[in-house]
Design a protein around this ligand. Structure first.
Ligand code: PLP
Length: 354
């Protein structure tokens, strides 16, 4: 399929790196493609970033068929622009499509479209240390219709925007509230999909945790409230004795690409990394025995987010003396090293934007 290009006549002014924050600024162009039942995916185009008008009846507003992805483009010291495992994002987007009865996209074509969009908006990839261009592909149901069934029309859109450094003064341990009242997802539900609905479902717990002075919640499984699942919108790892443990993908956990990359790195370093069910009780017991060395979240935005404190049923424990764990720091340095091409790309994870 051909991708039509309409360039903007009014390029926007760039925002200085210090004022970027996260998710506030958008680049000049976006990619958009239509789906209709009788035509399949068609009309691929790159156009100026702008408002889109929709009828109030479009189905995403009413029945929530919305999925998304999140990845970054990095400016290397040589001035090149690279992506980190982007094919994994489009693979996962298709898995999310399946979960929400959204028609699949062609993964190779989607990557080609992204590379074309980035080559047009290359100047939007910031070069200050720790900054990057955040990329948000998403699909929404656009058929105007009231009635519950999969929509007959969709938009696949990719928008991008420069984001500031997540950590301005090095890694920062966070306080985590272990959520026992609300759940994020259940096996058989949408937890495995990057569905907007999962985020809507997480807001109330997040707000209540913030009110109590915590940064994020640690989600437990939806049935027994016993097994650890994720931390906020990140996957989670624990270092217990000489083992590294992360919850296995049971069906209610989002299969993170940072999670997968950490597992592959840890394995390549000859460390013992185990995917299994892990109860919150076990975590607390390991802490009591002095075996819980560190814990951290993993995700594209923060890469690694060390956990400094946990609170479960009013019982508070401090991890790694509230400091950054050794392994958290090592994984962070290795992953960001590969992403900004300061370190060799031994796994072929890097894709260059021409
Ligand atoms: C996106 C996401 C993650 C992290 O996935 P990455 O591919 O590592 O960015 C983890 N948990 C949830 C719920 C997510 O939505």
């Amino acid at each position: 399929m051909e991708i039509k290009v309409e360039l903007t006549k009014n390029p926007k002014e760039k925002v200085p790196a210090d004022n970027l924050g996260f998710g506030n600024v958008f680049s000049d162009h976006m990619f958009i493609m239509d789906y209709k039942t009788d035509k399949g995916w068609h009309n691929a185009r790159i156009v100026p970033y702008s408002s889109i008008s929709y009828e109030p009846a479009i189905m995403v507003f009413h029945y929530g068929q919305a999925i998304f992805e999140g990845l970054k483009a990095y400016r290397t010291e040589k001035g090149e622009v690279v992506l980190f495992r982007p094919e994994e994002n489009f693979k996962r987007l298709n898995a999310s499509c399946d979960a929400l009865c959204i028609p699949r996209i062609d993964e190779d074509f989607a990557l080609k479209a992204l590379l074309k969009l980035l080559s047009i908006d290359k100047s939007w990839v910031p070069d200050a240390p720790g900054t990057s261009l955040y990329i948000r592909p998403f699909i929404i149901a656009t058929e105007p219709h009231i009635g519950v069934h999969p929509a007959g029309s969709y938009h696949f859109i990719i928008i991008t925007g420069p984001v500031g450094a997540y950590y301005k003064e090095g890694l920062n341990p966070v306080k985590i509230y272990v959520e026992t009242k609300y759940v994020r997802a259940v096996v058989g539900g949408l937890g495995e999909a990057k569905a907007s609905a999962n985020y809507a479902a997480s807001l109330r717990a997040q707000m209540e945790a913030e009110k109590k002075g915590y940064t994020q919640v640690l989600w437990l499984d939806g049935i027994e409230r016993k097994y650890v699942e994720e931390v906020g919108t990140m996957n989670v790892f624990f270092v217990i004795g000489d083992e590294i443990v992360t919850p296995m993908l049971t069906g209610s956990i989002l299969p993170g690409i940072t999670r997968k990359s950490c597992i592959e790195l840890l394995r390549s370093w000859g460390l013992k990394i185990i995917e299994r069910k892990i109860s919150i009780e076990e975590i607390y017991q390991a802490h009591e025995k002095g075996l819980l060395k560190e814990a951290f979240g993993t995700g594209t935005a923060a890469v690694i987010s060390p956990i400094g404190e946990l609170c479960w049923n009013d019982k508070k424990i401090i991890l790694s003396d509230g400091k950054i764990g050794e392994l958290s720091q090592k994984l962070y340095d290795e992953l960001t090293g590969i992403q900004y091409t300061r370190k060799p790309d031994l796994f072929n994870w890097i894709v260059k934007v021409e």
